[in-house]
Write a protein that binds this ligand. Sequence first.
Ligand code: ADP
Ligand code: ASP
Ligand code: MG
Length: 445
Amino acid sequence: MNQPVVAKFGGTSVADADAMSRCAAILENNTGTRLAVLSASSGVTNLLVALASGSHGPEARTDMLQQLSAIQHRILDSLERPEMLTRHIEDILNHIKELADGAAISPTKAIGDEIVAQGELMSTRLFVELLRRRGTDAVWFDVRKVMRTDDRFGRAAPDLATLKAEVEKELKPLCAKQLVVTQGFIGAAPDGRTTTLGRGGSDYSAALLGEALNAAAVEIWTDVPGIYTTDPRLVSEARAIPEISFSEASEMATFGAKVLHPATLQPAVRCQIPVFVGSSRAPEEGGTWIRNTTPSQPLFRALALRRNQVLLTLTSQSMFQAHGFLAEVFGILAKHKISVDLITTSEISVSLTLDAGAELLTQEVQDELAKHCHLKVEEGLALVALIGNRMSEAGGTASRVFQAVNEVNIRMICYGASPHNFCFLVDEANANQVIADLHQELLPA
Ligand code: ADP
Ligand code: ASP
Ligand code: MG
């Protein structure tokens, strides 16, 4: 087998039978694609996450189960309800109901992942049937055989060595023979229980499988024809970027561009696999290629926005000329697996931002930090990231940025650590306008 291509289709791309047919056509037109990695149909994971939370009463659960069932049955109807598959999907829906009833009594993260994973298990079964009906021979594959992870349910980390070994053994021989359809987002803990890689994790799954298969390329088929200069839902003038480097695209994903899961490019960078982002609705429009280097390296490339940021300010009189205060603070955060994004310091205080809302900052963490310093926690902030090249070397970058947003109170700035980004915090209420103003000023058409 030549180096295969791995194609990932996101939730909207497999939302219903029509959308799935467009994905099938993409695969049929690219016979080098030997592995299709699917998300759950659009809306399904949100419903499953709500059921897994255990926080809904019986009526709300029944309503959500009906919505789930309707999505699956619409696709089954288009496929003329093949008997075995219909029974299989019914079994999965019943399994979800039983698990959700259990979660309502005593929710656990492990049961949560078992529930949430059913979305991908159903979409892949339906898609294989759709392909077969179109005359394309495809085989369904349970990715949990190869995507072995640790047991941090909800955000499991892959075990790369086992993944590579299992892919060689289980998946590569299948891909050599025919098109294989498998699940993104899900995996299995060492004891076999189902895990998930975190919301939006199918992109990451595809890149990991691409790495393990030594793929020629990984294609991310979604609802936009490429990576845009900023989220097109925020700025209508945003436009697709034909080519972007791994470093720039990684910064975009890390700083909130939802089009790629933040970890997606790690495997691609490790083995230099180019990644393509395109629209399954309009494949003829082309898309964005993400590669090691690109011919053009503009100073300003794109803008990203990450909402729901927490700003933590720690003040200690004893920080003045003292050793070890920062090590102490970071030690406590690391112990609780809280990752820090931006940092600024003054003589007696340090401010840092945390992603993922304030949930991680439990009372226990706050009490532990309070033993060393005074603590101030602020929410309702958004992180704006300008992505580009050699920004820290170019004269006048900061003044151009600040002129574009001179009416807005900027809470914190991070500039200089990376040549590829310039970040700052603003109040959530100003975020959309800041992105629009910066786009107009720095990324005009
Ligand atoms: P999928 O379900 O296919 O994984 P997502 O909804 O996760 O799709 O990602 C696609 C969405 O990402 C787009 O609809 C768009 O609104 C959003 N997005 C955010 N930033 C960008 C960007 N810079 N370029 C393109 N899309 C972006
Ligand atoms: N279905 C999962 C989610 O909605 C994974 C993905 O779509 O990438 O988060
Ligand atoms: Mg996504």
